[in-house]
Design a protein around this ligand. Structure first.
Ligand code: UD1
Length: 377
């Protein structure tokens, strides 16, 4: 089969990489489209390098902008690529603007081209419609033919939205495929030493959600909390460009024990995560990766679309609304709980390093000869 994969932003690359490898190993023709939503070398190129990904076949170069501008540019520029390539499948991953934009284009072209759409990481729901990602998730699932889920809680979410169960296949977590493939080499490079830390003696911070970083008041609360936490555990904070801009406006944040650095590459991040004592984050990906490794994680959000990382993993939500005291309290509880035993055990179900093979199987078994008749809605 000819399978076109779409990647656009940092959290997409580690999901697409193992799927590409699995599809190629099984003899399928692949086409990789990079929308260019993320474009800095540290947010994009370094990930291709660390994940051993081939250069994209098509680069759309959409860049930043408002949600409308960014989404519209992907729609406009992806359409002619899709028409020229005529794949059997379009595979989209995650919940970024590039995901919904590409899925929408493919859905409109589906009757004419006979392509089908698979959404990897379907069925995640925060039920928080103020998150742009929630809008992207729900709409992408609605227009996709095949919904590939990464945890058992996703299926009931999809059925509640009127999705026919025959469209849903649980494949597990492809992001954990990349993590497990990378972790031994990442650890062997002792990335913490480059930042002046010793293994197990620092905390790792990431923050980039608009609700946390776009308003100076909210960001100031978080910075204050991080300063308090850093008194009990020094913190390393690779700063997302979005957050950097706001921090510069706020003027502050950095301290002796709160170390702000540029975004780090995929392999370094995997090593830093495995080597840290605790993660403080608002990233969905880090909630999952910390669970897969058993590293304690405090999530700085009101809700999580990944509750399995709390019920079966090492994640906990800081008390809401976020305050310095609440975050400190959650951090102390996470530190007391310590690293979970049984990490890298393949739990939750399907987080075992083999999810991409199951993605490939699901595409094969969905019988593309029926492509002009998408699966029943
Ligand atoms: C996007 C995703 C979010 C994901 C995050 C990971 C959407 C709606 N959001 O958010 O789900 O968790 O990526 O990072 O798709 N910028 C750069 N260089 C880059 C990329 C971005 O400087 O390579 C700056 C731009 O000025 C831009 C800002 O960061 O305005 C935000 O980028 P954008 O792609 O709009 O959203 P993210 O916050 O990265």
């Amino acid at each position: 089969m000819k399978i076109l994969l779409v990647a656009g932003a940092r959290p997409n690359f580690m999901k697409v990489a193992p799927i590409l490898t699995a599809l190629r190993a099984r003899g399928h023709e692949t086409v990789l489209v990079h929308t260019g939503q993320h474009f800095d070398p540290a947010m994009s190129d370094s990930f291709f390098h660390d994940l051993g990904m081939p250069a994209p076949d098509h680069s759309l170069g959409v860049g930043s902008g408002t949600h409308a501008e960014q989404t519209a540019r992907v729609i406009e520029r992806f359409d002619p690529v899709l028409v020229a390539e005529r794949p059997d499948w379009v595979v989209v991953v995650g919940d970024v603007n590039s995901t919904i934009a590409a899925a929408l284009v493919a859905a409109k072209r589906r009757p004419e081209l006979g392509c089908r759409i698979a959404h990897v990481e379907a069925g995640l729901r925060s039920n928080d419609w103020s998150m742009p990602e929630e809008v992207n998730r729900v709409l992408t699932d609605q227009v996709s033919d095949l919904l590939l889920t990464h945890s058992p809680e996703a299926r009931p979410m999809l059925l509640r939205e009127g999705i026919n169960p025959v469209r849903v296949v649980e494949v597990g977590n492809v992001m954990i495929d990349s993590l497990f493939a990378t972790i031994a080499r990442a650890d062997g490079e002792y990335p913490w030493e480059r930042f002046g830390f010793r293994r197990g003696e620092y905390g790792l911070v990431t923050l980039h959600r608009p609700s946390n970083v776009d308003t100076p008041e909210q960001l100031a609360i978080l910075v204050h909390a991080l300063e308090a936490v850093s008194k009990i555990l020094p913190l390393l904070w690779p700063v997302h460009p979005r957050t950097r801009r706001q921090l510069d406006l706020l003027g502050g944040g950095a301290g002796e024990r709160l170390k702000l650095v540029e975004p780090v590459g995929y392999r370094d991040m995997a090593g830093l995560l495995d080597g840290c004592r605790l993660v403080l984050t608002d990233s969905g990906g880090l909630q999952e990766e910390s669970t897969a490794l058993g590293v304690p994680c405090v999530t700085l959000r009101e809700s999580t679309e990944r509750p399995i990382t709390v019920t079966e993993g090492s994640n906990r939500l800081a008390p809401w609304p976020l305050t310095a005291e609440g975050i400190l309290e959650a951090t102390q509880a996470a530190l007391a709980a310590g690293r979970q035993v049984g990490s890298r055990s393949g739990k939750p179900f399907g987080w075992d390093g083999q999810a991409a093979v199951r993605v490939a199987q699901a595409l094969e078994e969905a019988k593309v000869e029926d492509a002009r008749c998408p699966l029943p809605r």
